[in-house]
Ligand binder design. Structure first.
Ligand SMILES: NC(=O)c1ccc[n+]([C@@H]2O[C@H](COP(=O)([O-])OP(=O)(O)OC[C@H]3O[C@@H](n4cnc5c(N)ncnc54)[C@H](OP(=O)(O)O)[C@@H]3O)[C@@H](O)[C@H]2O)c1
Length: 330
């Protein structure tokens, strides 16, 4: 089991990573947070977190610069590897079923796969006991051979060839990075636990928008003509942070964990938002889609994970966008 002590969070200033940083500080951990640009004001929120002054050390590191990662990880007993390029076009288009921008293969794969191996090697060469790796449901869902009527659990992996054929480099990057991380763990006996969140929504701690927050903001503001009415899996960013901490602190945690809490058709999601906030500019029409893959977080729940209601997530998200001046206050 990973003992409580100093831990490192990679990409600490990002949307998701900021929440485990906050949670870890609130629980008395000393945190090393890696960021690429310490001077950038988009990371300023980290310094305002409770206990940050005493217990948070921000360290400049890039996933493709091994020495910088080694320096950040040295002295830590645990690592939360969250950093990865997240193309906003991919997340927004995939969630809103619009045509997908095909991001550059090399920009995605290198930092995701080589970067993860750099993190793991630095962990092995220092005193790290356990690594929690943030993967994605994109490493689970892209599997055309999975039986349609079977729930997708941790045994289901996205098909790398299929991701490659469809030029879905983000899915390929997450799948390759996660599978390499688990292989590395087997070979070296380093403890690696992976968590695969679905679309993460919820309030932002940082001052700039990120890809998945844009999904909800666009639903509230863009008034697009047509959306595909497909199923979407959602999870709250704070519940995701709790899942990462469980994966770190629970001695019995092992392997992969799908992390998702609410699943609904996009049309029902929009109607729910509309009933709570009637004065926004919502999508107008929906086209029918048959696919219906069901993801299960049963394994994570058995580890002790709970999640808040979708209503609470939406209320807190909208409040956070209003406070940041990103949407109107009605
Ligand atoms: N958001 C979702 O719905 C979702 C769902 C499932 C999984 N995930 C995963 O969750 C993680 C965080 O995503 P997020 O939504 O929080 O996105 P985000 O806010 O864009 O955070 C990504 C972080 O990765 C850092 N990063 C990117 N390339 C890097 C590099 N070469 N070296 C060092 N750091 C680098 C970024 O640093 P800079 O600020 O310097 O660019 C940023 O801190 C990613 O691994 C993503 O795949 C996200």
């Amino acid at each position: 089991m990973a003992e409580k002590g100093k831990v490192c969070v990679t990409g600490a200033g990002g949307y998701i990573a900021s929440w485990p940083v906050k949670l870890l500080l609130s629980k008395g951990y000393m945190v090393h947070g890696t960021i690429r640009n310490p001077g950038d004001k988009k990371n300023a929120h980290l310094k305002t977190l409770y206990k940050a002054l005493e217990n948070l050390k921000l360290i400049k590191a890039d996933l493709l610069d091994y020495n910088s990662l080694h320096a950040a990880i040295e002295g830590c007993v645990g690592v939360f590897h969250v950093a990865c390029p997240v193309p906003s076009e991919h997340i927004v288009c995939a969630a809103l079923s619009t045509s997908m921008y095909l991001e550059e293969e090399v920009e995605m794969i290198e930092p995701a796969v080589k970067g993860t191996l750099n993190v793991l090697q630095a962990c092995l060469e220092t005193t790290v006991k356990r690594v929690v790796f943030v993967s994605s449901d994109d490493a689970v869902l892209m599997n055309p051979n999975w039986p349609r009527d079977h729930v997708m659990d941790e045994a289901c992996w996205s098909d790398k060839e299929y991701c490659s054929e469809t030029k879905n480099w983000y899915c390929l990057a997450k799948t390759a990075a996660e599978s390499k991380a688990l292989e590395y763990a087997k070979e070296t006996k380093l403890e690696v636990v992976t968590v695969c969140p679905s679309l993460v929504i919820g309030p932002m701690l940082q001052s700039t928008t990120n890809a998945c927050s844009l999904v909800l903001i666009k639903v509230l503001t863009d008034g697009v003509d047509v959306l595909e009415n497909r199923f979407q899996n959602f999870v709250d960013v704070r519940d995701t942070a709790e899942a990462l901490l469980l994966a770190y602190e629970k001695p019995e945690a092992e392997g992969r964990y799908i992390c998702t809490s609410h699943k609904m058709r996009i049309k029902d999601f929009v109607e729910k938002l509309r009933s709570m906030y009637p004065n926004h500019n919502y999508p107008k029409n929906f086209t029918d889609v048959k696919e219906e893959q069901v993801l299960s977080s049963e394994k994570l729940q058995k580890l002790g994970w709970n999640y808040r209601s979708l209503e609470q997530t939406l209320i807190d998200s909208v409040q956070s966008y209003q406070d940041a001046g990103l949407i109107s206050k009605d």
